[in-house]
Design a protein. Structure first.
Length: 202
């Protein structure tokens, strides 16, 4: 059956009529703040205490908009051991004029030092002022919402499932549920002597 002539026009007019009859809703911004979804990508916040200056975020950033400076600090050892050397963060800045909000830096951070914040009011009159230093990133850290609750019907994390299986097996049990066996389990644990197979005898 062929299309009726003017069917597309009729559908378009129907959409227009339905929209015209709806009551418009005006958000009184900025007096009334919008209700943002929990996974909103506003700005990137920094939890400085967790940063080890591993540089993973700066290396993986496709826009190269993360700037990190650090220096090494030697800590005296306690109890006569060797002194330890650690990296101390001097500068951590993000140029939000270049950032494309891909979230790669947050994903690759192995120490949970970077988080998404829903803050979005950081417009500037000068594009050069969109490079925010670690002090400003630290302020945004306190606006990061708590993580969402797990889905009641979802699967538990693999780490929890593995630990529960290990606890059910009990101590001293191997991965397959049997008794733990060493490389020479069931035999004398001594290294092979001269008179044993595999020993150094001639």
């Amino acid at each position: 059956m062929g299309r009726l002539p003017g069917g597309g026009l009729a559908k378009g007019l129907a959409v227009t009529l339905r929209t015209m009859t709806r009551r418009s809703i005006t958000r009184q911004y900025p007096e009334v703040q919008p209700d943002l979804p929990p996974r909103s990508r506003g700005v990137i916040a920094l939890f400085e205490e967790n940063c080890t200056v591993c540089m993973l975020c700066a290396r993986e950033c496709p826009d190269w908009c993360i700037y990190i400076d650090s220096h090494k600090e030697t800590l005296p050892a306690e109890g006569g051991g060797r002194p330890r050397t650690r990296n101390v963060l001097d500068r951590f800045a993000i140029d939000f004029a270049l950032c494309m909000y891909c979230g790669i830096c947050i994903e690759v951070c192995p120490f949970d030092a970077l988080f998404w914040s829903p803050e979005f009011e950081y417009a500037e009159y000068d594009i050069g002022e969109l490079t925010h230093e670690k002090e400003r990133l630290r302020e945004w850290m306190w606006t990061v919402p708590p993580p969402q609750a797990h889905d009641a019907g979802g699967e538990p994390p693999k780490e929890i499932a593995a630990s529960e299986r290990a606890a059910a097996r009990g101590p001293g049990r191997g991965p397959a549920g049997g008794a733990a066996r060493g490389p020479r389990a069931g035999r004398d644990a001594r290294p092979p002597g001269r008179d044993e197979p595999g020993g150094g005898g001639t």
